[in-house]
Ligand binder design. Structure first.
Ligand SMILES: [Zn+2]
Length: 89
């Protein structure tokens, strides 16, 4: 499993620090680029990497352009986060 080191950034929702990215969907495993969608592992917010590869909220157009695969992934990851938190982690 490939883990990419990213510029230090913070989730705009929960403030969790982020300096790594882990691709979990798709067959094209490449380092995130500006515009790549991602999810905060701290709160489940759906975010995008900006031009400096820092986290930002997606624009309305970016939200609309999410693929069904992205939407399924988001739903599954949010469920997984709730299960982890329910166990006290
Ligand atoms: Zn967050």
């Amino acid at each position: 499993m490939q883990i990419f080191r990213m510029p230090s950034s913070f989730c705009p929702r929960c403030g969790k620090a982020c300096d790594h990215a882990l691709p979990v969907i798709g067959e094209n495993i490449e380092k995130p680029t500006p515009g790549t969608h991602t999810m905060c592992i701290g709160c489940g917010a759906w975010l995008v990497f900006d031009e400096q590869l820092l986290l930002r909220w997606p624009t309305p157009d970016e939200l609309v352009s999410q693929t069904p695969e992205h939407r399924r992934y988001l739903a599954e990851m949010r469920k997984a986060l709730k299960r982890v938190r329910a166990r006290g982690h």
